[in-house]
Design a binder for this molecule. Sequence first.
Ligand SMILES: [Zn+2]
Length: 359
Amino acid sequence: MVAIGYEEIVQAPKALLHDHLDGGLRPTTIIELAAEVGHELPSTDPDELGRWFVEAANSGSLERYLETFAHTVAVMQTAPALARVARECALDLAADGVVYAEVRFAPEQHLEQDLTLDQVVEAVLAGFAEGSELAAQAGNPIRVGTLLTAMRHAARSQEIAELAVRHRDTGVVGFDIAGAEAGFPPTRHLDAFEYLQRENFHFTIHAGEAFGLPSIWQAIQWCGADRLGHGVRIVDDITLTDDRPQLGRLAAYVRDKRIPLELCPSSNVQTGAAASIAEHPIGLLRDLRFRVTVNTDNRLMSGTSMSREMALLVDAFGYGWKELQWFTINAMKSAFIPFDERLRIIDDVIKPAYAKLLS
Ligand SMILES: [Zn+2]
């Protein structure tokens, strides 16, 4: 097999479904925005600050991990700051060769000054539109869809679900819940999920990251999630007998129904959901042909990018262009934008580029 170079991976079109806006800021931007609002940071040197974020997220301490988001969220409290962060997110993803991205954030976390929920969403959508426009001018076209996240420990999911539906025609393509899984089952937010289903809207649920099968089962069978945010613990329902995998009923259901798994390799290693990239269940799940997608989760906290996640998998599992195309088309098939638009990106952008790489 011909080894794949990192630069080639950057050039190849990629699709990303699970990326947090408040987990992907540029260190320089955090420093500038923090200076504007008088927020104190662990460092005002961009390189040092970037390292601080990765180390804090690596530390295994929940307190330090949460502190990283306290800093990013603190500087995202005005419309110009939100628009800037969104614009730069679109530009950074496009420069990394991402042609389709769904980026999520929790509007309720950006109300510390005087913005309303609608103003928060409008600022972010404007930033994505501007960033996508600039990226296209630079020769890196990208389509960015926005997912609105409700925090699972809070009680605003119905309100956020309605907010998402209100902005469905201007760029919000889905809904999500995130936050600590243990003690906060997705069924707490059943009203919101039922409302979204009645509205023919799409949603994913963070489930099966730290917490295991019950969380995945609830997300799918009680809440009706279209996709699983992480879902990596589905491997707990797969047993290996003499190296032959046996799927339990839930794992079989997830595979039969082609329910997309938004796997985030580096993030899972940081939170302890996987011991290393090489031991990440993505290898087994791909072999078993689950609807596996590759994602970044929090680029700043994991010091990563979509190309880097792909490169890590190439190194650990010996994947070639065939597998990278498979992950990319899986993600594109699982996107929350309309079917014809997904197909257009697959047929006009992804397949021609990989056909060249594979030849
Ligand atoms: Zn996430």
